[in-house]
Write a protein that binds this ligand. Structure first.
Ligand code: SDX
Length: 381
C-alpha cells in the first residue's frame, strides 16, 4: 500500500530489501543458506568458527598462513580488561544473562582507546576484540554467579574449546568442542535478521561498533528471535516426558499459540541449519543420556509437520540447538548468550560492510492520528 508521500507501507519490513550484502545468501523457499556462496552444510561439516568468521569478513576462505594468523589475532584478544572483570564481580548473581551480556559488551568500549575510531582498520581490530572477548565475559559471569573462581582464557585453545574450558575448568572432550564449534558456525550469520538489522540502524548513524553490537544483543534477546532456543528448552521441560507430548501440542495448537523453534520470516522450507543440527543433536543426546529430549523433539516435529507444514512452518535453527546445548551441559539461560557469542561475527561483519556504502537508515511512518487539533489551556481542560 502506498502512502500519501508515495512511500511503500511494509509492516515488519517483510517485503523490503534494505541494502546489498556479500556475506550470506538465503533462499527461503528452497531452504538454502550460503556464507559467501559456500553452503552452510559444507561449512558445518568442514569449517570452524574462526575460519567461517574470516570467510564472512574477507569474502573468501583463508589459506593456512592467513588462518593461523587470524586465530592468533583472536587469541591475543581473549583477555578482558581488569575493569570489566571488576564489573562482572559487581554484577548481581541473579542478573539476567542477556542483560548482563548486553551491559558487558557495551562496557568493553570503556577500556578501548579506539572505541570511537571508525576507520576500517580500527573497526577490524574492534571486531576481533568483540568476537574474542564475548566468550570470556559470558564464561566469567557464569563462574561469578555460581560463586566460583573466574578462569582465565587459554590462548592455546580455539574459541569453542576455550569457552568450555573457562566455563568448567575441566578438559572438554573433542566431541564437545566440535559440537560447540559447529553450533557457532551455524549461528554466525543470517542476512538482515532483526538483531543484525538493529546493528545496521545504529552503525548507519556513524555511531560505533560497540554501540551497534550491544544494541544487537538487546534485539537478539527477544523470544521471537534468539530467545527462542531457551523457549524450546522451557517447553521441553514443561512437557516432561514423551507421554505428555501429544496432549501438550494439541492444546498449544488449539489455542493457536506459537511453538518456539518453529516458523521463520524467510524460510518456508526446512531451515538448513536445523537439518544439520538435528543429526548433531541426536549423536550428542545419545552420548550424554539425553535421548528422551531428542525423541520428544522429533515427536513434536512430526506433529507440527502434520498441523502446519502446509503453511510453510518448519523447524528453525533454534529447535535442535536447544537439545544440543542442553546435551553440552549448558545452563538454559546460557543458550541465547551462545547465539550472541556466535552472531557477534555476523553483526561486526555486516556493520563494517555497510559502512563501505553507508546511508542513514530512517524509514517513514504512516501517520494515522488527527490533524488541526487546537491547544486547550490547562485551566480549561
Ligand atoms: C531466529 O530472521 C532470522 O534470520 C532469524 C534467525 C537468525 O538466524 O537470525 O533465523 C534466528 O530468530 C529464528 C526464529 C526463532 N523464533 C521462533 O522460533 C519463535 C516462534 N516463531 C514465530 O514467532 C514466527 O515463526 C516468527 C516470528 C519467527 C516469524 O513469524 P512471521 O514471519 O512474523 O509470521 P507470523 O508470526 O505472522 O505467522 C504467520 C502465520 C500465523 O498464522 P495465521 O495467523 O496466519 O493463521 O504462521 C503462524 C502464525 O500463527 N506461525 C506459527 C508459528 N510461527 C508462525 N504457528 C505456530 N507456531 C509457530 N512457531
Amino acid at each position: 500500500m502506498s502512502t500519501a508521500t508515495g512511500k511503500q507501507f511494509d509492516q515488519g519490513l517483510v517485503n523490503t530489501i534494505a541494502a546489498e550484502t556479500q556475506m550470506s545468501f538465503i533462499d527461503g523457499e528452497k531452504g538454502i543458506l550460503e556464507y559467501v556462496g559456500i553452503d552452510i552444510d559444507s561449512l558445518a561439516r568442514n569449517s570452524t568458527f574462526e575460519e567461517s568468521t574470516y570467510l564472512l569478513w574477507n569474502g573468501r576462505l583463508p589459506n593456512p598462513t592467513e588462518l593461523a594468523a587470524f586465530e592468533q589475532q583472536l587469541r591475543a584478544e581473549y583477555e578482558l580488561p581488569a575493569g570489566v572483570i571488576d564489573m562482572i564481580r559487581a554484577t548481581p548473581a541473579d542478573a539476567a544473562t542477556m542483560h548482563t551480556v548486553q551491559t558487558l559488551v557495551s562496557s568493553l568500549s570503556l577500556f578501548d582507546a579506539e572505541a570511537d575510531d571508525d576507520s576500517p582498520e580500527a573497526n577490524i581490530r574492534k571486531a576481533i576484540r568483540l568476537v574474542a572477548k564475548t566468550p570470556t565475559l559470558i564464561a566469567a559471569f557464569d563462574r561469578h554467579r555460581k560463586g566460583k573462581e573466574i578462569i582465565a582464557p587459554d590462548a592455546d585453545r580455539s574459541i569453542a574449546g576455550n569457552f568450555l574450558w573457562m566455563l568448567r575448568g575441566e578438559e572438554p572432550t573433542e566431541t564437545m568442542v566440535r559440537a560447540l564449534d559447529v553450533c557457532l558456525v551455524l549461528h554466525a550469520d543470517h542476512g538482515f535478521n532483526a538483531s543484525t538489522f538493529t546493528s545496521l540502524v545504529v552503525i548507519s548513524t556513524l555511531s560505533d561498533l560497540y554501540s551497534a553490537c550491544s544494541a544487537a544483543v538487546g534485539a537478539l534477546r527477544g523470544p521471537l528471535h534468539g530467545g527462542a532456543n531457551e523457549g524450546v528448552m522451557v517447553m521441553l521441560n514443561e512437557i516432561g516426558d514423551m507421554s505428555q507430548v501429544d496432549g501438550f501440542m494439541k492444546g498449544k495448537l488449539e489455542r493457536k499459540e506459537k511453538i518456539m523453534g518453529f516458523g521463520h520470516r524467510v524460510y518456508k522450507a526446512y531451515d538448513p541449519r536445523a537439518t544439520y543440527l538435528k543429526t548433531f543433536a541426536e549423536g550428542l543426546a545419545r552420548d550424554t543420556g539425553n535421548m528422551p529430549l531428542y525423541e520428544m523433539s522429533t515427536r513434536i516435529e512430526s506433529i507440527m509437520h502434520e498441523a502446519v507444514a502446509d503453511k510453510g512452518i518448519f523447524p528453525n535453527v533454534d529447535f535442535y540447538s536447544a537439545t544440543t546445548y542442553w546435551s553440552l551441559g549448558l545452563d538454559l539461560d546460557l543458550f541465547t548468550p551462545m547465539f550472541a557469542l556466535s552472531r557477534m561475527s555476523g553483526w561486526t561483519g555486516h556493520c563494517i560492510e555497510y559502512l563501505k556504502n553507508n546511508k542513514l537508515i530512517r524509514p517513514g511512518a504512516a501517520y494515522v492520528g488527527p490533524h488541526e487539533v487546537p491547544y486547550v489551556a490547562l485551566c480549561d481542560r
